[in-house]
Every structure is written in structure tokens, then in C-alpha cells.
Design a protein around this ligand. Structure first.
Ligand code: C2E
Ligand code: MG
Ligand code: MG
Ligand code: MG
Length: 279
């Protein structure tokens, strides 16, 4: 009976596996088409100075409209990585973000920040690709930030790619800091300019936050500042969280409390409004 149950279990496992493979193949086929037909596009989320409320940057986040549905990046980015499509998808994101935001940076000093996958960093031509896109779109290197997930950065630190881009003035951010295992010990070795604290550390904060939560966040911020890194808190959803981050001198904040990811026209309206107020 046990053997039978095991067999049934294996059969079900096979079935699940096959279903997953089919789903992956379906997404990959859709992505290939999307790369050609413009159904992949970017939304932008404001990165804000919590003291003044002013937008300092905007994070480009990929969106995919497929059969009338908006597929989230957590679904299609992993498939793009597994199938090698991430290279093309990454170029699309960089080109579109730089083309769109070159004017934001020139007029308002607002930089654009683009997520980069580990697979892109393994490409020895990656630095040239980025520099080519900057030249082609007229984006000054200082207007571009590349976000690399913490766990990946440990290997990337060994590649000359990031160093070369930094020499040109492109800045590098550690994304989702606190979710990997490297954490604080490695911070001084990484070739980065900006540290983004993962939202799991921010939205976990109770209202009011516990002394432990406060001291933990403070420790990360102090360490980052001792290295002259710019700190960004992700996933700020409430005024209480914003207040705490101001008190702890976090440089920049990002989250639904300050603005959701939105179409580029929305960002451009915000920029027009704020330059109208400033004038
Ligand atoms: P990420 O780089 O950490 O981006 C931040 C994510 O948090 C975004 O999810 C954003 O919509 C979400 N978020 C922002 N504020 C809040 C908040 O206050 N509360 C909550 N609950 N969430 C918030 P999104 O757009 O679904 O993207 C998920 C991930 O997909 C990104 O995480 C990024 O790693 C990846 N991704 C997105 N676009 C690209 C891309 O062009 N290339 C690559 N390689 N990865 C991308
Ligand atoms: Mg990011
Ligand atoms: Mg990311
Ligand atoms: Mg993040």
C-alpha cells in the first residue's frame, strides 16, 4: 500500500512538474512576442526626500500586458532569466528608462533607477551596452542608477563590469538589502553607492515600532552612512513609518505612502507641478 501511495505521489509530482514546465513555456513564448510588439513597458515609482517631500529619483519597474491582463514581474522575470530572454528584456528596460528620463534628469535633476539581473552582469559586454544606451539616449551617466539584488552582488563584486560603469559616473545600488546572508559584514567591500533597505524591514514595523526594530534599522543606516552610502527605505506605507525613517535620518524613501508605480506621464505631471511651486 505504501509503495502504491508512493507511486501515486510520484505521478502527481510528475504532473505538477509538467504543468509548471508548460506554464513556463507558455510565458516564454508570450515574452518573445512581447519583446517585439511593445506590450512590455515601464512604470515609475517616485523616490522621495522624506524631509521635503521632493522627488529625487524614480525606479523603473517592468510591466507586461498580456491578453488584457497585467502580469507581475515576479512571474515573468524568473522565466526571462531561465530562458535567456532577460538580456533583451534588460536592454529594453535600460533604453526605455534612459530615453524617457533623460529630460527629467536634465531639467529637474531626477535620476532613474533600473533593476539589473545577475544574468546581465555575466555578459562581458554589459558595461559597453549600458554606455552605448547612455550615449544614444543623451542620458548623462550620473542620471542612471543600476539596482542589483544583494545576494547577487557578492559575485558581481568580482567582475570588472560595475567598476567600469562607476568610473563613468553610473551609480550602483544594492537592492533588497537585508534579505541575503551577506549583510553588514560585506558592506564595506561592495562597489556600491546606494543601499536600499528591503521593505520587509520597513513594513514589519509595528505602530509604534518596537525598540528592537528601531535599533536594527538604526544600525543598518549608521553603518551605511559611515561608508557614505545614500540610504533608501523601500515599502514605506504609513506616515508612522515615514516619521521613524525621518528620525533615523534615512536619506530617501519609496513606497505607497509617497507614490505608487505609475505611467511616465504621471511622473511628468508631478515634476511640472513641483517646478511650478518652486518658481
Ligand atoms: P524591487 O526592485 O524591490 O522593486 C520594488 C517592488 O516593491 C515593486 O514591485 C514595487 O511595486 C513594490 N512596492 C513599492 N512600494 C511598495 C509598498 O509601499 N508596499 C508594497 N507592498 N510594495 C511596494 P514590482 O513592480 O511588482 O516588482 C517586483 C520585482 O521585480 C522588483 O523588486 C524587481 O526586483 C523585479 N523587476 C521589476 N522590473 C524589473 C526589470 O526591468 N528588470 C529586472 N531584472 N527586474 C525587475
Ligand atoms: Mg528595485
Ligand atoms: Mg530589484
Ligand atoms: Mg527592492
Amino acid at each position: 500500500a505504501a509503495k502504491q501511495a508512493g507511486g501515486a505521489c510520484l505521478a502527481r509530482f510528475d504532473e505538477t512538474l509538467r504543468a509548471e514546465q508548460n506554464e513556463r513555456a507558455r510565458i516564454a513564448a508570450g515574452l518573445r512576442q512581447a519583446l517585439a510588439d511593445g506590450s512590455l513597458f515601464l512604470h515609475y515609482q517616485p523616490v522621495v526626500d522624506p524631509m521635503t517631500g521632493r522627488m529625487t529619483g524614480a525606479e523603473a519597474l517592468m510591466r507586461w500586458r498580456h491578453d488584457g491582463e497585467l502580469i507581475p514581474p515576479v512571474v515573468f522575470i524568473p522565466v526571462a532569466e531561465q530562458t535567456g530572454l532577460i538580456g533583451q528584456l534588460g536592454v529594453l528596460a535600460l533604453r526605455e528608462a534612459c530615453a524617457r528620463a533623460a529630460g527629467w534628469y536634465r531639467r529637474d535633476g531626477v535620476y532613474v533607477t533600473v533593476n539589473v539581473s545577475t544574468y546581465q552582469l555575466r555578459d562581458p559586454d554589459f558595461a559597453d551596452t549600458v554606455l552605448g544606451i547612455l550615449a544614444e539616449t543623451g542620458m548623462p551617466p550620473a542620471g542612471l542608477v543600476l539596482e542589483i539584488t544583494e545576494s547577487v552582488l557578492i559575485d558581481a563584486a568580482d567582475t570588472p563590469v560595475l567598476g567600469r560603469l562607476r568610473e563613468h559616473g553610473v551609480r550602483i545600488a544594492i537592492d533588497d538589502f537585508g534579505t541575503g546572508y551577506s549583510s553588514l559584514a560585506y558592506l564595506h567591500e561592495l562597489p556600491v553607492d546606494i543601499l536600499k533597505i528591503d521593505r520587509s524591514f520597513i513594513s514589519r514595523h509595528q505602530d509604534p515600532p518596537s525598540p528592537r526594530e528601531i535599533s536594527f534599522t538604526r544600525a543598518i543606516l549608521d553603518l551605511a552612512h559611515s561608508r557614505d552610502l545614500v540610504t533608501v527605505a523601500e515599502g514605506v506605507e504609513t506616515e508612522a513609518q515615514a516619521r521613524l525613517l525621518r528620525e533615523l535620518r534615512c536619506d530617501l524613501v519609496q513606497g505607497y505612502h509617497f507614490g505608487r508605480p505609475a505611467a511616465p506621464e504621471v511622473i511628468e505631471n508631478l515634476l511640472r507641478e513641483s517646478s511650478a511651486t518652486a518658481a
